[in-house]
Ligand binder design. Structure first.
Ligand code: HEC
Length: 173
């Protein structure tokens, strides 16, 4: 074989090897740039033990409880969390007038008609030192009669005896 051709051939191979390597590096770099975010998030993903996770959960719950306790205006599912009263545009009036002497539970545990609530207010004014509620009284009564009205559950209505068609039960046969 001609040594000249052999040498050229070898050089060519070396050159192609270099070209391939550069191409390979370019492709790898390109792919890395495309996947950089994913790779980083995967590598940085923290892994926790079960106890650590539990502790984090407890911490978050504690934080939530503190937030609720500190937040006087927080309303969840229509209930004012701090007092347990139904949320309403007049709620602040009711809170101011009705929770200074006792818990709002006395309200949420009671049911009465507007007249019934009026009676309770009159009773508190006569015997417990509740002051005159002035022009707020109708607003408060509206609120109470709307959200803490007597529930309609209870037993069915009495039968209308006159309307019943009676028959004799035949037990002979
Ligand atoms: C000046 C203090 C005071 C204020 C203000 C006050 N109450 Fe009372 N209330 C009392 C006292 C004292 C009782 C009796 C508590 C007990 O029996 O433990 C009472 C009892 C109640 C009861 C229970 C009544 C029963 O028959 O068991 C309800 C309901 C009630 N209050 C609602 C209200 C509402 C609604 C308001 C706002 C309009 C209000 N209270 C504001 C002092 C007050």
């Amino acid at each position: 074989m001609n040594p000249q051709i052999f040498a050229n051939n070898d050089l060519w191979k070396l050159f192609m090897l270099l070209v391939n390597m550069v191409l390979f590096l370019v492709i790898i770099t390109f792919m890395y740039l495309m996947l950089e975010d994913h790779i980083n998030t995967f590598l940085n993903k923290p892994s926790y033990t079960e106890e650590q996770l539990e502790e984090m959960l407890l911490k978050r719950e504690r934080q939530k409880r503190i937030e609720r306790n500190d937040n006087w205006d927080l309303v969840e599912r229509g209930i004012h969390l701090k007092t347990g009263l139904k949320a309403d545009k007049n709620l602040s009036i009711v809170i101011a007038a009705c929770t200074s002497c006792h818990s709002a539970k006395l309200i949420t545990q009671n049911r009465a008609t507007r007249a019934g609530w009026k009676n309770m207010i009159v009773w508190m004014q006569a015997t417990q030192g509740l002051q005159d509620l002035g022009e707020q009284e109708p607003l408060i009564l509206d609120y109470l009669a709307t959200y803490y009205a007597p529930t309609k559950m209870g037993r069915r209505k009495n039968l209308d005896m006159a309307a019943i068609e009676w028959y004799i039960l035949n037990v002979e046969e």
